[in-house]
Design a protein around this ligand. Sequence first.
Ligand SMILES: C[S@@+](CC[C@H](N)C(=O)[O-])C[C@H]1O[C@@H](n2cnc3c(N)ncnc32)[C@H](O)[C@@H]1O
Length: 548
Amino acid sequence: MDRLVRANRVEKRASSIGFVRFFDDYPVVPRSNIWTDTGTGSFTDAKVYVVQTSTKVIQRCILMASDPGDLVMDPTCGSGSTAYVAEQWGRRWITIDTSRVALALARSRLMGARYPYYLLADSSEGQRKEAEIMRSVPKSYLTHGNIKHGFVYERVPHITLKSIANNAEIDVIWEDFRTRLEPLRAELNKTLGQHWEEWEIPRKADTDWPEAARKTHEAWWGLRIARQKEIDASIAAKADTEYLHDKPYEDRSKVRVSGPFTVESLSPHRMLAVGTDDQFFDPGKPTAPSRDPSVRDFVTMILTTLREAGVQQGDKRERITFTSLNVWPGKMLCAEGRFMEGETERRAGILIGPEFGTLTKPDLTAAAREAGDAGFDVLISCAFAYEANASEFNSLGRLKVLRARMNPDLHMQTDLKSSGNLFVVFGEPDIGIERTEDEEVRVRIHGVDVFKPSTGEVVSGGPEDIALWMIDTDYNEESFFVRHAYFLGANDPYKALKTTLKAEIDEEAWTSLNSEVSRPFPKPETGRIAVKVINQFGDEVMKVFDIS
Ligand SMILES: C[S@@+](CC[C@H](N)C(=O)[O-])C[C@H]1O[C@@H](n2cnc3c(N)ncnc32)[C@H](O)[C@@H]1O
């Protein structure tokens, strides 16, 4: 208590005493579990997804619960807000979504993102900044740019009652000044005929005081103020420091973009499940002619929706609208759909893929044979996902094969289903392989083929519908390694980024990334290359080429 009094931190009230706390003692407010400031963040973020989360909320959660270099996972990616924020704060991330639309949005959001450059603690600039803040000599140990050491953060003092009470230096300062203050007080009291205690000495001298008293008074106050300054400095020096983890120092001369990341899509998988008759069944099998009522319900629901929605293609005008769609008692095929090709009526065999899982190429082939044998003109297969190599299967004899991807919305209750894009055909990419004079290979993408129900032709659409195409220039038939990536897209999604990076951009490199023609590359050692094309909806197809 004595120390607090000496430090001038105790205030007399009517019938109690109080602790004098200054705003500077702790100029921040700890967060509680009620966040009233996060509502505004949602309005300032540009919305790209209807259920996009405010980055302010995600940022706070990430900063509270992790350190730089940690791994953050969000299994419901949406527009990728978690990845976007994690990337900003130097956290690694994994994010997952069932919707390809979400993944396509997240990919382009990250690709176009730009971030401030925060000073790393483990860097020579960081060491210099730290020394500047702490008024010390910069550390000179070797730095490695390891993000796990964190950033250089702004900090604030955290002066507490406890830290003042425990600060023994205050006694030393007080004692030192006492020996000089006390004689002055005694002299002042004597000259003025007073018995003032220290705290009773008025701040201002009266004009009618004798000259000697005014001088002593001034000298006393000079020392009194000096003592307070020394005590305050001691309090500040001994106080705890709180780091402001949301306020790292920035190097404003640098702009940062997202680090490298990959987007992995569904790999073919099959699983066993137990049916209502307690027997194992393989839900990877097409579900058409089943005696299991739950499976029949699924197919009935899909057919009802297909009858109303038709099949959408990349080019919106080329929708297949059925004039009739009726159950067909096939082995693989479950319905017959009729539609008009100009004046001629055409018949389509319908295959519905598994309710959960991926449609395999053998099943697709079997369905095509069945459709061919039954004299159908077109096979329309509807599945949530296709085995990668199924994407090359486009016809069998005169039978055209259209692979429609079903929207995962179809898993939902009827009233939640949106009406658009429930069945979308993403056609075969139209790709040319060219040789350069140096015996190197170059790939050219012309667009994506679209089936025209009005004429029955397959025509090539332009490259506008393609968001991204990638090449594995040495495909091992197991995994697709992105060795080249090109970003098309009509409304250049990276324009903002390009504008920001104006000074840094290598115009030639940029143009080569926004191109329908690849950079040349050596012939593959495996003898094969693979080209993956992704449209604006996030649908993807892969095509493999033999290059000998
Ligand atoms: C509310 S949104 C997330 C929004 C996100 N935080 C953002 O800022 O954009 C939920 C997401 O979860 C996805 N989703 C729903 N069920 C899923 C599942 N079983 N596995 C993975 N993702 C799922 C949906 O497709 C949707 O994009």
